[in-house]
Structures are given as C-alpha cells and as structure tokens.
Ligand binder design. Sequence first.
Ligand code: GDP
Length: 444
Amino acid sequence: MFDTLSDRLTSVLQNLRGKGKLSDADIDASAREIRIALLEADVALPVVREFIKHVKERAKGSEVSQALNPAQQVIKIVNEELIAILGGETRRLNLAKNPPSVIMLAGLQGSGKTTLAGKLALWLKKQGHAPLLVACDLQRPNAVTQLQVVGERAGVTTFAPEPGNGVGDPVDVARRSIEEARRAQHDVVIVDTAGRLGVDEELMRQAADIRDAVTPDETLFVVDAMIGQDAVTTAEAFRDGVGFSGVVLTKLDGDARGGAALSVRHVTGEPILFASNGEKLEDFDVFHPDRMASRILGMGDMLTLIEQAEQAFDQEKAEQAAAKLGTGELTLEDFLEQMQAVRRMGPIGNLLGMLPGAGQMKDQLAQVDDAHLDRLQAIIRGMTPAERANPKMINASRRQRIARGSGVTVRDVNDLVNRFFEARKMMQQMAGRFGFGPGTSATK
Ligand code: GDP
C-alpha cells in the first residue's frame, strides 16, 4: 500500500534538494508532480485540489522558515498537509461512562466487518475489557458461524440467535444482546450487521433500525481500501443512510494505491479510527494520521516501531542481559531470548520497512528474511543447556552434532558461534565505555 505514491513523492521532494532558494516556478512544478502522484494513487479529485492549494499557498507564503532549507520546508509542509487530510489528531474509541458501550459495525459485504469484529474484540480484551460479539448478519447463512469462529479465536463470547428458528430478526437480536451484556457483565458490545454487495435501501434501513434499537456509542463504517474511488461513494451512501462516527480501513496490506485512505476522511468529515492490514486477528491497529503520513513520505514509522518494540520487550530479561554484558557472561541462551523478542515484533521485513530511508533499500531488505533468524534459533535450540551457557565448550565434534541435529551445515554453526563471540566482545567493550554493567544503575 502507498508504495508507488511514496516513491513518487520521495522523488519529487528529492529533486528539490540542493536548491538554495525555491522560486515560484519550482514550487509550481513540484505541486504539479505531487498532483499527478496523488491522482495516480486514486485520491479523490476534490481532496487533491484542496491539498495542492494548501501546499502551494504555504510554500509561497510568509511562513517560510530561516531554519530549514527549501527542500526541508516543502517536506514539512507536505507532511503536515498529509496529516491534516488523514484527520490530524489520532482519534480514540469513545466508550460509554455507563457500560455496556455499544460499537456497531456497518459496511458492504466483504469489506471485512466480521474479521474486524474479532480484531476489535481481541484488542479490547487485551486492554482488560470483556467484549460480547453480536451476530446481526442473519441474511448470509454462514455469517453467524463465521462470527462464532472469529469469536472463539479471539477468546470472547458471541451472542447469536438460537439455531433452528428460521431467520431471526436482527433488531431483536441486537436488543436482547444488550440485556445479555448487562446480565453477564460484558462492558463492550460489538454488533456485526449485514452487508450487501452494493449499497441498497433495505440494507440501510436495517442498519438504521439496529442503530435505533441499541443507540451505539460508536458506529464504525468499515471500508475495504482496495476498492479505490468506490470507497468514497460508498462512504457517502452510508453516511447519509445510517450515519457513522468513525471509519475503519481494511486490507491496507493489499497492493492498492491507497487513494481511499487519503480521501475518506476528507470527504465524509469523519475520522479514521483503526486500520486493518491482514487476515490474522493481530493485523490491526489504531490509526495514527501522523505516522501514516511519515510512512507515505518514506520517513519511516519510528513511533510504531518503538511501540512494537516496547510490547515485545521483556524489561526484566533485558536488564539481566544488560547486567551480564559488562562481565562478558552473556550466553547463547540470552542471545536466543533476544532473537525471540525481535521475532515477536512481527516479520522482520515489516519492521525494517518502518525505518527511515527503508524505501530506498527495498532490495536489500528482501534478503533479510525471517527464515534466516529462524535458522539461527534452530541452531541454538540444537545445543544442550550447558553448551548455551558456556559456548566455549562447543568444540568440533559438538559442532558436527549440532549441525546434524538442526539440519544445517557445520559452517552455519561455526558462523553463528564466531559471530556470537564477536558480538559479546563488542558489547563488553561498549558496556565499559558507557558504564553499564554490574553494579551500576544505568540498566534500571
Ligand atoms: P464481511 O463480509 O464484511 O464480514 O467481511 P469478512 O470479515 O468476511 O472479510 C472478507 C474477506 O476479507 C475475508 O476473506 C477476510 O479474511 C478478508 N480480510 C478482512 N480484513 C482483511 C485485511 O485487513 N487484509 C486482508 N488481506 N484480508 C482481509
């Protein structure tokens, strides 16, 4: 997603580097190229117009700063305008003061509503909530079962009409689910509604009836980012037919051009709350306009990276490892734990893709594969605890045994062991220089 747009914007902005001063002609030329890049990315025309107008006005205007060079100024302006069309501040989910809070999902069939219900439930559960999933899509025969499966995967309860009573009334199910939530002390109710292949009146009426029955705290319009320009017309139809308080973009992992993401907020006036980027329940996050903008501009998404690192990071173990650094006691067991922490952060290619400048390193990044990390882990797992704790004892015959056991060559094992010793030595030197290690407080 956004790859082409990102490449084009980066090259427009790079062309400005090295210019001592920007003439109006320079600004106009850049604005023209940015306009083409946005249109090619499928961004809606009114959004493109407004964007370009602001960028031009600001670049030519009085705000031009002495501290930045011309290219930096334009990058800053483009970045700020991208953040603005993506919605500005990150908008958090509104939950009711008096539970249960009700979140209703609406959108076309196939937009990813049911999957989203599971993702949202898991996300809320991780924050200590007790969500209840509610199956109000009673038209599609499989929809209820699909929600139940997703609910099981997320480890949350699903409320659905009793099977065998024919097609139930979704409004009635929605109403009863609130009573059930009170009874069983669920503090958030997530209502999955029926979608259609296209926008139709019946669909809108049903969604509006469910809305009136449960008065949601949030109505989230779920839209597949791959549908391009249609996202905008669909969003308008749902805004007028049902109304919504926020948008969720799904399938941001696809190779679509990204125009939907850039248009929907501006066209509907409602904020994007979440983004989905995969079929797994974990492929989901709060939508941060500023981070998305910096990603589009190829400046990397350091904040997301840091946040993910924090989640995967085991403070206590890291402190133990840091304390061992100075004494050179770091073992292969510690090394394995560190590697596992990195792997928990997600596929390594994704992580590296978030680093600044990563856009230009795509080919190299493609070679850093998870398989390599996994192979290193397999080799360490093929060692005995004694060998992990004291790598010096790994002699030639042990290396042969480890290679056989983990299905690699002796050279692979040699590589790993040698690199480990090098790394340990280097860390020991660094620990000496920066004064952390045993007996100091720098690791706390
Ligand atoms: P619904 O009809 O709106 O309930 O849509 P579903 O939740 O059934 O999703 C439709 C299809 O899209 C399913 O095959 C999902 O696995 C897939 N899907 C949902 N969200 C994403 C996403 O963020 N990325 C990708 N690649 N696929 C998704």
